[in-house]
Ligand binder design. Structure first.
Ligand code: NAD
Ligand code: MG
Length: 286
């Protein structure tokens, strides 16, 4: 990432003999431990698809770290209410926003309602997605193609676009991609393409927002046990789900949520445009 030359910070000239003494450096390197409790104290996070699965686990972990949460979801009001209840039991507030984010107007509404309720927005997690399995490219109808991209990519663009009016220095955006972005998926060609687009979106947006000191990163989960899986794959595939990973099992949503907390908090202040891979040990490039 190219930094604007006028922003480049130069340190005073200095030289030491090997191995060098930290105490003699100017400035002294900051080795103070980053806060490891209540990492999101007083922050407001909007999480799309936060009613269930990875989004829910992320919402609960963020709330446990002091954040108030807005959850945008498609139609699963029972799941959303159960998540809201758990967050309220932690003493945090949780706003539920039902609506189809594949329509731009609902993306704007999700941001507007978050601001109406909490008066600010610090963290955006773009996480909503759907997929439809097919045997071949020829089977993917134009309607499905458009629906998959509107759901999984356009919604990320639109929610982020409206959120940017409120995000400020120190804010963080975390986008959910997938292991399928890196290794492909023969039966989820359109879905895998949206997840690849999310990686490029993350990298480009990170460059565009670095001068505004807003970080943008992604998480690319492997097989995680969530409603997306049981509502999509056949029974055999569901039964075997995750068994082909090096760890031999599917992951749980709460094993992925920690990546989102890392990327949303001051644990990752020197990371932007990057992707974490909670995937049971599958080696993927970048
Ligand atoms: P999930 O079904 O629990 O969560 C997805 C949520 O997205 C749903 O709850 C739904 O309300 C919401 N959503 C979908 N389309 C929407 C729309 N048009 N408008 C508003 N909300 C919409 O499943 P999950 O597995 O937790 O999925 C979360 C993310 O993780 C997705 O981006 C998915 O692609 C990604 N992912 C999941 C796995 C996995 O194995 N479960 C693997 C890699 C990536
Ligand atoms: Mg759901």
């Amino acid at each position: 990432m190219q930094k604007q030359s006028e922003e480049k910070k130069l340190r005073p000239k200095q030289k030491q003999r090997r191995p060098g003494k930290e105490s003699k450096m100017t400035p002294v390197p900051n080795t103070e431990p980053v806060k490891q409790e209540n990492k999101l104290d007083g922050k407001v996070a909007l999480i799309t698809g936060g009613d269930s699965g990875i989004g829910k686990a992320t919402a609960l972990l963020f709330a446990a770290n002091g954040a108030d949460i807005a959850i945008a979801y498609l139609s699963e009001t029972d799941d959303a209410k159960a998540t809201q209840e758990e967050i309220r039991e932690m003493g945090r507030e949780c706003l539920l926003i039902k609506g189809d984010l594949s329509k731009e107007v609902n993306c704007k509404k999700a941001v507007d309602k978050t601001i109406d309720t909490f008066s600010k927005l610090d963290i955006l997690v773009n996480n909503a997605a759907l997929h439809w399995e097919t045997e071949s490219l020829e089977e993917i109808s134009t309607e499905q193609l458009e629906r998959t991209f509107a759901n999984n990519v356009f919604s990320y663009f639109w929610v982020t676009k409206y959120a940017l009016a409120h995000l400020k220095e120190g804010s963080a955006i975390v986008n959910t991609s997938s292991v399928t972005a890196y290794r492909g998926s023969g039966k989820l060609i359109d879905y895998a393409a949206t997840k690849g687009a999310i990686i490029s979106f993350t990298r480009s947006l990170a460059q565009s927002l670095a001068p505004r000191k807003i970080r943008v990163n992604a998480v690319a989960p492997g097989p995680i046990w969530t409603p997306l899986i049981v509502s999509t794959f056949d029974e055999k595939r569901v039964a075997e789900f995750g068994s082909d990973t090096p760890m031999g099992r599917a992951g749980e949503p709460n094993e992925v949520a920690t990546c989102f907390l890392f990327l949303a908090s001051d644990d990752s202040t020197y990371m932007t445009g990057q992707c974490l891979h909670p995937n049971g040990g599958e080696i993927v490039n970048a």
